[in-house]
Design a protein around this ligand. Structure first.
Ligand SMILES: [Fe+2]
Ligand SMILES: [Fe+2]
Length: 484
Protein backbone atom coordinates (compact mmCIF):
# COMPACT_ATOMS: atom_id res chain seq x y z
CA UNK A 1 0.00 0.00 0.00
CA UNK A 2 1.30 3.39 -0.93
CA UNK A 3 2.25 5.75 1.89
CA UNK A 4 0.01 8.83 2.14
CA UNK A 5 1.49 12.30 2.18
CA UNK A 6 -0.22 15.64 2.84
CA UNK A 7 1.24 18.80 1.28
CA UNK A 8 0.12 22.12 2.76
CA UNK A 9 1.32 25.15 0.84
CA UNK A 10 -0.21 28.39 -0.53
CA UNK A 11 1.72 27.99 -3.82
CA UNK A 12 -0.56 25.97 -6.09
CA UNK A 13 2.05 25.51 -8.79
CA UNK A 14 4.50 24.04 -6.31
CA UNK A 15 1.77 21.78 -4.91
CA UNK A 16 1.00 20.45 -8.34
CA UNK A 17 4.70 19.90 -9.22
CA UNK A 18 5.46 18.25 -5.90
CA UNK A 19 2.40 16.04 -6.16
CA UNK A 20 3.35 14.82 -9.64
CA UNK A 21 6.89 14.14 -8.53
CA UNK A 22 5.91 12.23 -5.39
CA UNK A 23 3.44 10.17 -7.38
CA UNK A 24 6.30 9.00 -9.60
CA UNK A 25 7.93 7.86 -6.36
CA UNK A 26 4.81 5.82 -5.59
CA UNK A 27 3.35 7.99 -2.83
CA UNK A 28 -0.33 8.83 -2.55
CA UNK A 29 -0.55 12.62 -2.23
CA UNK A 30 -3.22 15.06 -0.98
CA UNK A 31 -2.77 18.80 -1.27
CA UNK A 32 -4.38 21.80 0.46
CA UNK A 33 -3.58 25.51 0.32
CA UNK A 34 -4.52 26.66 3.84
CA UNK A 35 -4.20 25.62 7.46
CA UNK A 36 -7.88 25.07 8.10
CA UNK A 37 -8.18 22.57 5.26
CA UNK A 38 -5.03 20.88 6.51
CA UNK A 39 -6.65 20.30 9.90
CA UNK A 40 -9.75 18.92 8.23
CA UNK A 41 -7.65 16.49 6.19
CA UNK A 42 -5.83 15.36 9.32
CA UNK A 43 -9.15 14.80 11.02
CA UNK A 44 -10.43 12.68 8.16
CA UNK A 45 -7.38 10.70 7.18
CA UNK A 46 -4.07 9.28 8.39
CA UNK A 47 -0.80 10.41 6.77
CA UNK A 48 2.70 9.06 6.86
CA UNK A 49 4.00 12.64 6.77
CA UNK A 50 2.81 16.23 6.37
CA UNK A 51 4.87 18.91 4.64
CA UNK A 52 3.57 22.13 6.18
CA UNK A 53 4.48 25.59 4.91
CA UNK A 54 5.18 27.80 7.91
CA UNK A 55 3.52 30.79 6.21
CA UNK A 56 0.28 29.12 5.32
CA UNK A 57 -2.80 31.34 5.90
CA UNK A 58 -6.18 30.77 7.55
CA UNK A 59 -4.62 28.93 10.51
CA UNK A 60 -0.91 29.59 10.42
CA UNK A 61 1.86 26.98 10.42
CA UNK A 62 2.42 27.21 14.21
CA UNK A 63 -1.35 26.95 14.78
CA UNK A 64 -1.59 23.81 12.71
CA UNK A 65 1.43 22.39 14.56
CA UNK A 66 -0.31 23.06 17.85
CA UNK A 67 -3.44 21.31 16.57
CA UNK A 68 -1.38 18.29 15.54
CA UNK A 69 0.50 18.16 18.83
CA UNK A 70 -2.74 18.19 20.80
CA UNK A 71 -4.76 15.78 18.68
CA UNK A 72 -2.29 13.58 16.78
CA UNK A 73 1.02 13.72 18.68
CA UNK A 74 2.60 10.91 16.66
CA UNK A 75 1.94 12.63 13.32
CA UNK A 76 5.18 13.38 11.45
CA UNK A 77 5.34 17.03 10.35
CA UNK A 78 8.07 18.57 8.22
CA UNK A 79 8.06 22.37 8.19
CA UNK A 80 8.85 24.18 4.95
CA UNK A 81 10.21 27.70 5.26
CA UNK A 82 10.10 30.02 2.24
CA UNK A 83 13.52 31.54 2.78
CA UNK A 84 16.42 31.55 5.15
CA UNK A 85 15.96 35.06 6.63
CA UNK A 86 13.82 34.21 9.63
CA UNK A 87 15.88 31.12 10.30
CA UNK A 88 19.11 33.14 10.26
CA UNK A 89 17.65 35.84 12.47
CA UNK A 90 16.70 33.18 15.01
CA UNK A 91 12.98 33.85 14.74
CA UNK A 92 12.29 30.32 13.52
CA UNK A 93 14.72 27.71 14.88
CA UNK A 94 14.85 23.92 14.73
CA UNK A 95 14.65 23.81 18.53
CA UNK A 96 11.44 25.89 18.63
CA UNK A 97 9.86 23.87 15.89
CA UNK A 98 10.80 20.63 17.60
CA UNK A 99 9.18 21.89 20.77
CA UNK A 100 6.05 22.52 18.75
CA UNK A 101 6.17 18.95 17.51
CA UNK A 102 7.79 19.24 14.06
CA UNK A 103 10.31 16.57 13.06
CA UNK A 104 12.32 18.45 10.51
CA UNK A 105 12.87 21.79 8.80
CA UNK A 106 13.38 22.32 5.07
CA UNK A 107 14.34 25.75 3.78
CA UNK A 108 13.65 26.86 0.22
CA UNK A 109 15.01 26.69 -2.37
CA UNK A 110 15.31 22.92 -2.56
CA UNK A 111 14.92 20.34 -5.30
CA UNK A 112 11.81 18.17 -5.31
CA UNK A 113 14.06 15.12 -5.02
CA UNK A 114 14.82 16.27 -1.47
CA UNK A 115 11.24 15.49 -0.53
CA UNK A 116 11.96 11.89 -1.38
CA UNK A 117 15.23 11.89 0.60
CA UNK A 118 13.52 13.34 3.66
CA UNK A 119 10.65 10.88 3.43
CA UNK A 120 12.93 7.88 3.04
CA UNK A 121 14.95 9.09 6.00
CA UNK A 122 11.87 8.64 8.16
CA UNK A 123 10.93 5.22 6.85
CA UNK A 124 11.63 1.95 8.51
CA UNK A 125 12.38 -1.03 6.32
CA UNK A 126 8.78 -2.13 6.81
CA UNK A 127 7.53 1.24 5.52
CA UNK A 128 9.83 1.00 2.51
CA UNK A 129 8.58 -2.44 1.71
CA UNK A 130 4.93 -1.57 2.15
CA UNK A 131 5.39 1.36 -0.22
CA UNK A 132 6.50 -0.94 -3.02
CA UNK A 133 4.03 -1.41 -5.85
CA UNK A 134 2.74 -4.97 -5.74
CA UNK A 135 3.57 -6.70 -8.98
CA UNK A 136 3.26 -10.25 -10.09
CA UNK A 137 6.40 -11.67 -11.68
CA UNK A 138 9.10 -9.60 -13.28
CA UNK A 139 8.92 -6.57 -15.61
CA UNK A 140 10.51 -6.30 -19.03
CA UNK A 141 14.18 -5.34 -19.23
CA UNK A 142 14.76 -1.78 -20.42
CA UNK A 143 17.83 0.04 -21.69
CA UNK A 144 18.77 3.31 -19.98
CA UNK A 145 21.28 6.03 -20.94
CA UNK A 146 22.67 7.69 -17.83
CA UNK A 147 26.13 8.81 -16.76
CA UNK A 148 28.24 6.38 -14.76
CA UNK A 149 28.51 8.75 -11.77
CA UNK A 150 24.85 8.15 -11.06
CA UNK A 151 25.39 4.50 -10.23
CA UNK A 152 26.73 2.51 -7.29
CA UNK A 153 28.10 -0.94 -8.03
CA UNK A 154 27.92 -4.10 -6.01
CA UNK A 155 29.51 -7.49 -6.69
CA UNK A 156 26.88 -9.82 -8.10
CA UNK A 157 27.68 -12.47 -5.47
CA UNK A 158 27.18 -9.96 -2.67
CA UNK A 159 23.71 -8.87 -3.66
CA UNK A 160 20.90 -9.92 -1.36
CA UNK A 161 17.26 -9.08 -1.80
CA UNK A 162 13.93 -9.41 -0.07
CA UNK A 163 11.11 -11.26 -1.86
CA UNK A 164 10.38 -8.06 -3.73
CA UNK A 165 13.18 -5.92 -5.09
CA UNK A 166 13.41 -2.67 -3.08
CA UNK A 167 14.86 -0.61 -5.92
CA UNK A 168 15.73 -0.87 -9.62
CA UNK A 169 18.66 -3.15 -10.45
CA UNK A 170 20.82 -2.66 -13.55
CA UNK A 171 23.70 -4.25 -15.35
CA UNK A 172 26.21 -2.14 -17.25
CA UNK A 173 26.26 -2.53 -21.02
CA UNK A 174 28.79 0.14 -21.91
CA UNK A 175 30.05 3.45 -20.58
CA UNK A 176 26.94 5.46 -19.57
CA UNK A 177 24.63 2.72 -20.81
CA UNK A 178 22.71 0.36 -18.54
CA UNK A 179 20.07 -2.33 -18.74
CA UNK A 180 17.42 -2.31 -16.04
CA UNK A 181 16.96 -6.01 -15.28
CA UNK A 182 14.68 -5.73 -12.24
CA UNK A 183 12.24 -2.94 -11.35
CA UNK A 184 11.39 -1.81 -7.81
CA UNK A 185 8.53 -3.98 -6.61
CA UNK A 186 9.32 -6.91 -8.95
CA UNK A 187 9.44 -10.30 -7.37
CA UNK A 188 13.14 -11.01 -6.81
CA UNK A 189 14.30 -13.22 -9.65
CA UNK A 190 17.38 -15.23 -8.80
CA UNK A 191 17.09 -16.89 -12.21
CA UNK A 192 17.52 -13.59 -13.99
CA UNK A 193 20.53 -12.61 -11.90
CA UNK A 194 22.07 -16.08 -12.34
CA UNK A 195 21.51 -15.90 -16.09
CA UNK A 196 23.68 -12.78 -16.30
CA UNK A 197 26.24 -14.17 -13.93
CA UNK A 198 26.67 -17.58 -15.52
CA UNK A 199 25.87 -17.00 -19.19
CA UNK A 200 27.06 -13.43 -19.70
CA UNK A 201 29.77 -13.48 -17.05
CA UNK A 202 28.49 -10.28 -15.46
CA UNK A 203 30.39 -9.53 -12.24
CA UNK A 204 28.65 -6.40 -10.94
CA UNK A 205 25.12 -5.18 -10.47
CA UNK A 206 24.32 -1.49 -10.29
CA UNK A 207 21.74 0.67 -8.60
CA UNK A 208 21.02 4.36 -8.62
CA UNK A 209 22.95 6.44 -6.04
CA UNK A 210 19.67 7.78 -4.72
CA UNK A 211 18.79 4.20 -3.68
CA UNK A 212 22.01 3.72 -1.73
CA UNK A 213 20.20 4.60 1.49
CA UNK A 214 17.69 1.80 0.91
CA UNK A 215 20.53 -0.58 0.14
CA UNK A 216 22.24 0.28 3.44
CA UNK A 217 18.98 0.00 5.35
CA UNK A 218 18.17 -3.43 3.98
CA UNK A 219 21.69 -4.78 4.36
CA UNK A 220 21.99 -3.41 7.89
CA UNK A 221 18.85 -5.33 8.72
CA UNK A 222 20.26 -8.50 7.16
CA UNK A 223 23.64 -8.00 8.81
CA UNK A 224 21.97 -7.74 12.21
CA UNK A 225 20.22 -11.06 11.64
CA UNK A 226 23.40 -12.77 10.47
CA UNK A 227 25.49 -11.35 13.30
CA UNK A 228 23.00 -12.61 15.90
CA UNK A 229 23.07 -16.11 14.43
CA UNK A 230 25.71 -18.27 16.13
CA UNK A 231 25.69 -20.78 13.28
CA UNK A 232 26.81 -18.35 10.60
CA UNK A 233 30.60 -18.33 10.16
CA UNK A 234 32.42 -15.06 10.93
CA UNK A 235 33.54 -14.83 7.31
CA UNK A 236 29.98 -14.35 6.04
CA UNK A 237 29.21 -11.87 8.78
CA UNK A 238 32.27 -9.80 8.00
CA UNK A 239 31.46 -9.99 4.28
CA UNK A 240 28.06 -8.40 4.62
CA UNK A 241 29.28 -5.85 7.17
CA UNK A 242 32.13 -4.81 4.91
CA UNK A 243 29.67 -4.34 2.11
CA UNK A 244 27.18 -2.34 4.07
CA UNK A 245 29.86 -0.22 5.77
CA UNK A 246 31.48 0.70 2.48
CA UNK A 247 28.22 1.71 0.84
CA UNK A 248 27.26 3.56 3.99
CA UNK A 249 30.52 5.51 4.00
CA UNK A 250 30.15 6.27 0.30
CA UNK A 251 26.74 7.72 1.12
CA UNK A 252 27.94 9.67 4.18
CA UNK A 253 30.94 11.09 2.31
CA UNK A 254 28.76 12.24 -0.61
CA UNK A 255 25.55 13.48 0.97
CA UNK A 256 27.10 14.64 4.26
CA UNK A 257 26.39 13.70 7.84
CA UNK A 258 22.69 14.42 8.01
CA UNK A 259 20.70 13.08 11.00
CA UNK A 260 19.24 10.15 9.05
CA UNK A 261 22.68 9.28 7.71
CA UNK A 262 24.15 9.29 11.21
CA UNK A 263 21.35 7.07 12.49
CA UNK A 264 22.28 4.48 9.90
CA UNK A 265 25.93 4.84 10.96
CA UNK A 266 24.98 3.97 14.52
CA UNK A 267 23.33 0.80 13.28
CA UNK A 268 26.42 -0.13 11.28
CA UNK A 269 28.62 0.48 14.32
CA UNK A 270 26.33 -1.57 16.55
CA UNK A 271 26.51 -4.44 14.10
CA UNK A 272 30.31 -4.27 13.99
CA UNK A 273 30.39 -4.28 17.77
CA UNK A 274 27.98 -7.21 18.01
CA UNK A 275 30.10 -9.12 15.52
CA UNK A 276 33.21 -8.61 17.62
CA UNK A 277 31.31 -9.40 20.78
CA UNK A 278 29.48 -12.53 19.62
CA UNK A 279 31.62 -14.34 17.07
CA UNK A 280 33.78 -16.96 18.74
CA UNK A 281 35.78 -17.67 15.59
CA UNK A 282 36.43 -14.04 14.68
CA UNK A 283 40.08 -14.13 15.76
CA UNK A 284 40.76 -16.67 13.01
CA UNK A 285 39.37 -14.37 10.40
CA UNK A 286 41.10 -11.29 11.77
CA UNK A 287 44.32 -13.27 11.50
CA UNK A 288 43.80 -14.34 7.91
CA UNK A 289 41.89 -11.46 6.33
CA UNK A 290 43.09 -11.10 2.76
CA UNK A 291 40.91 -8.65 0.90
CA UNK A 292 43.37 -5.91 -0.04
CA UNK A 293 40.93 -3.38 -1.42
CA UNK A 294 42.74 -0.01 -1.35
CA UNK A 295 39.62 2.19 -1.37
CA UNK A 296 39.10 4.80 1.34
CA UNK A 297 35.80 3.14 2.30
CA UNK A 298 37.38 -0.24 2.73
CA UNK A 299 40.16 1.39 4.78
CA UNK A 300 37.64 2.98 7.13
CA UNK A 301 35.82 -0.33 7.56
CA UNK A 302 39.00 -2.24 8.39
CA UNK A 303 40.06 0.43 10.88
CA UNK A 304 36.64 0.17 12.52
CA UNK A 305 36.71 -3.62 12.63
CA UNK A 306 40.21 -4.04 14.09
CA UNK A 307 39.90 -1.06 16.45
CA UNK A 308 36.65 -2.44 17.83
CA UNK A 309 38.39 -5.79 18.32
CA UNK A 310 41.09 -4.06 20.39
CA UNK A 311 38.52 -2.08 22.36
CA UNK A 312 36.80 -5.33 23.23
CA UNK A 313 39.91 -6.37 25.16
CA UNK A 314 39.16 -3.63 27.68
CA UNK A 315 36.28 -3.54 30.09
CA UNK A 316 34.65 -0.39 28.83
CA UNK A 317 32.35 1.79 30.82
CA UNK A 318 29.35 2.01 28.57
CA UNK A 319 27.79 1.12 25.26
CA UNK A 320 27.87 4.84 24.43
CA UNK A 321 31.67 4.83 24.72
CA UNK A 322 31.96 1.93 22.34
CA UNK A 323 29.59 3.51 19.85
CA UNK A 324 31.45 6.80 19.99
CA UNK A 325 34.68 4.95 19.34
CA UNK A 326 33.24 3.05 16.37
CA UNK A 327 31.81 6.26 14.94
CA UNK A 328 35.19 7.95 15.28
CA UNK A 329 36.79 5.02 13.43
CA UNK A 330 34.35 5.33 10.56
CA UNK A 331 34.99 9.03 10.17
CA UNK A 332 38.61 9.31 11.30
CA UNK A 333 39.78 10.32 7.82
CA UNK A 334 36.77 12.39 6.80
CA UNK A 335 39.03 15.46 6.59
CA UNK A 336 40.57 13.93 3.46
CA UNK A 337 37.50 14.96 1.48
CA UNK A 338 38.85 18.52 1.73
CA UNK A 339 42.33 17.59 0.46
CA UNK A 340 43.20 18.11 -3.25
CA UNK A 341 41.64 15.25 -5.26
CA UNK A 342 44.88 14.03 -6.84
CA UNK A 343 46.34 13.44 -3.37
CA UNK A 344 43.47 11.23 -2.30
CA UNK A 345 44.45 8.64 -4.90
CA UNK A 346 48.08 8.37 -3.77
CA UNK A 347 49.48 6.06 -1.13
CA UNK A 348 51.16 7.87 1.76
CA UNK A 349 54.59 6.68 0.63
CA UNK A 350 54.06 8.31 -2.78
CA UNK A 351 53.44 11.82 -1.46
CA UNK A 352 56.06 14.51 -2.10
CA UNK A 353 57.37 16.37 1.01
CA UNK A 354 55.14 19.35 0.13
CA UNK A 355 52.12 17.11 -0.31
CA UNK A 356 52.87 15.38 2.98
CA UNK A 357 52.68 18.74 4.77
CA UNK A 358 49.21 19.25 3.28
CA UNK A 359 48.26 15.67 4.15
CA UNK A 360 49.12 16.41 7.77
CA UNK A 361 46.24 18.88 7.97
CA UNK A 362 43.57 16.19 7.46
CA UNK A 363 42.85 15.58 11.18
CA UNK A 364 42.11 19.29 11.65
CA UNK A 365 40.12 19.39 8.42
CA UNK A 366 38.14 16.41 9.73
CA UNK A 367 37.15 18.38 12.82
CA UNK A 368 36.13 21.22 10.52
CA UNK A 369 33.83 18.90 8.56
CA UNK A 370 32.03 17.65 11.67
CA UNK A 371 32.45 20.77 13.83
CA UNK A 372 28.99 22.24 13.44
CA UNK A 373 27.29 18.86 13.56
CA UNK A 374 25.51 18.78 16.90
CA UNK A 375 24.93 15.05 16.56
CA UNK A 376 28.64 14.24 16.65
CA UNK A 377 29.90 14.53 20.18
CA UNK A 378 33.05 16.18 21.37
CA UNK A 379 34.81 12.87 22.07
CA UNK A 380 34.46 11.81 18.46
CA UNK A 381 35.83 15.17 17.34
CA UNK A 382 38.83 14.85 19.67
CA UNK A 383 39.58 11.34 18.42
CA UNK A 384 39.44 12.52 14.79
CA UNK A 385 41.80 15.36 15.69
CA UNK A 386 44.28 13.13 17.51
CA UNK A 387 44.36 9.98 15.40
CA UNK A 388 47.87 10.73 14.05
CA UNK A 389 49.36 11.88 17.34
CA UNK A 390 52.00 9.48 18.67
CA UNK A 391 52.80 8.34 22.20
CA UNK A 392 56.45 9.48 21.84
CA UNK A 393 55.41 12.93 20.57
CA UNK A 394 56.46 12.30 16.95
CA UNK A 395 52.92 12.58 15.53
CA UNK A 396 50.86 15.38 14.08
CA UNK A 397 49.17 17.89 14.03
CA UNK A 398 50.19 18.99 17.55
CA UNK A 399 52.99 16.63 18.57
CA UNK A 400 51.08 15.65 21.70
CA UNK A 401 52.73 13.10 23.97
CA UNK A 402 51.88 10.18 26.28
CA UNK A 403 48.81 10.63 28.42
CA UNK A 404 47.87 13.82 26.54
CA UNK A 405 46.61 11.58 23.76
CA UNK A 406 43.26 9.84 24.14
CA UNK A 407 43.62 6.07 24.27
CA UNK A 408 40.97 5.65 21.61
CA UNK A 409 42.84 8.01 19.29
CA UNK A 410 46.05 6.06 19.87
CA UNK A 411 44.24 2.78 19.14
CA UNK A 412 43.00 4.14 15.83
CA UNK A 413 46.51 5.43 15.08
CA UNK A 414 47.96 1.95 15.53
CA UNK A 415 45.26 0.21 13.52
CA UNK A 416 45.55 2.84 10.79
CA UNK A 417 49.27 2.07 10.45
CA UNK A 418 48.56 -1.64 10.48
CA UNK A 419 45.83 -1.47 7.80
CA UNK A 420 48.07 0.65 5.54
CA UNK A 421 50.87 -1.92 5.82
CA UNK A 422 48.56 -4.86 5.24
CA UNK A 423 46.77 -3.40 2.20
CA UNK A 424 49.66 -1.58 0.51
CA UNK A 425 52.08 -4.50 0.85
CA UNK A 426 49.36 -7.13 0.41
CA UNK A 427 50.51 -9.09 3.44
CA UNK A 428 48.63 -11.15 6.02
CA UNK A 429 47.38 -9.29 9.10
CA UNK A 430 49.76 -11.14 11.41
CA UNK A 431 52.69 -10.23 9.14
CA UNK A 432 51.66 -6.56 9.19
CA UNK A 433 51.55 -6.68 12.96
CA UNK A 434 54.98 -8.36 13.08
CA UNK A 435 56.41 -5.56 10.93
CA UNK A 436 55.23 -3.07 13.50
CA UNK A 437 56.47 -5.09 16.47
CA UNK A 438 60.03 -5.47 15.16
CA UNK A 439 60.30 -1.76 14.44
CA UNK A 440 61.26 0.05 17.65
CA UNK A 441 60.43 3.45 16.24
CA UNK A 442 56.96 2.33 15.31
CA UNK A 443 56.24 0.61 18.60
CA UNK A 444 57.25 3.77 20.49
CA UNK A 445 54.37 5.59 18.84
CA UNK A 446 51.77 3.64 20.81
CA UNK A 447 50.94 3.04 24.43
CA UNK A 448 52.39 -0.42 25.21
CA UNK A 449 49.09 -1.40 26.75
CA UNK A 450 47.37 -0.91 23.39
CA UNK A 451 50.00 -2.92 21.54
CA UNK A 452 49.52 -5.80 24.00
CA UNK A 453 45.80 -5.73 23.47
CA UNK A 454 46.23 -5.69 19.72
CA UNK A 455 48.23 -8.90 19.91
CA UNK A 456 45.40 -10.50 21.90
CA UNK A 457 43.01 -9.76 19.04
CA UNK A 458 44.59 -12.63 17.12
CA UNK A 459 44.44 -15.12 19.94
CA UNK A 460 41.58 -17.50 20.67
CA UNK A 461 39.58 -15.66 23.37
CA UNK A 462 39.19 -18.90 25.34
CA UNK A 463 42.94 -18.93 25.86
CA UNK A 464 43.05 -15.41 27.29
CA UNK A 465 42.61 -15.62 31.04
CA UNK A 466 42.24 -12.03 32.08
CA UNK A 467 40.88 -8.89 30.61
CA UNK A 468 42.19 -5.45 31.42
CA UNK A 469 39.70 -4.25 33.92
CA UNK A 470 41.00 -0.76 34.15
CA UNK A 471 41.68 1.63 31.36
CA UNK A 472 44.94 3.50 31.11
CA UNK A 473 44.78 6.88 32.78
CA UNK A 474 44.49 8.75 29.50
CA UNK A 475 41.36 6.96 28.40
CA UNK A 476 38.86 9.58 29.47
CA UNK A 477 36.20 9.99 26.85
CA UNK A 478 35.02 13.49 27.53
CA UNK A 479 37.81 15.97 27.08
CA UNK A 480 37.97 18.80 29.55
CA UNK A 481 38.57 21.43 26.91
CA UNK A 482 36.31 22.23 23.99
CA UNK A 483 37.78 22.14 20.53
CA UNK A 484 37.79 25.48 18.80
FE1 LIG B 1 44.33 9.68 8.88
FE1 LIG C 1 43.26 6.38 8.08
Amino acid sequence: MALKILLVDPDEQWLSDAKSYLKTQLYEVSTVTNGKDAQLQLYNDKFFAVFLNYDVQNHSGPQVLKFVRTNYPSQRVIIVLNDNKRHESGEVTEENLQRLGAQELMIRPFELTQLKDVLEGHQSLGDLMSNLPKKEGVSEETEVQMTDENFTSIKIDEFYSANSVLFDIYIKLNANKYLKILHAGDAFSKERIDKYKNEKKVEHLYFHNSDRRKFVQYNNFLAKKLVENQNVPAQNKVGILKNVSEKYLEEAFTVGLKPQVLDQGKEVCENVFQLVENSKDLHKLLKSFNDFDPSAYSHAFLVTLYSTAIIKQYEWQSKATIESAAMACMFHDIGKILLPKEMALKARSELTPEEFEIYKTHPELGVKVVETNRLINNSVKQIILQHHEAFDGSGFPHGKKGSKILTLANIIGLVDEFVHLMVEQKIAPTDALKKILVNKQMVARYNSNIVENFIKVFVDPDKIQTKDTVLPSNSRMVPTKKIV
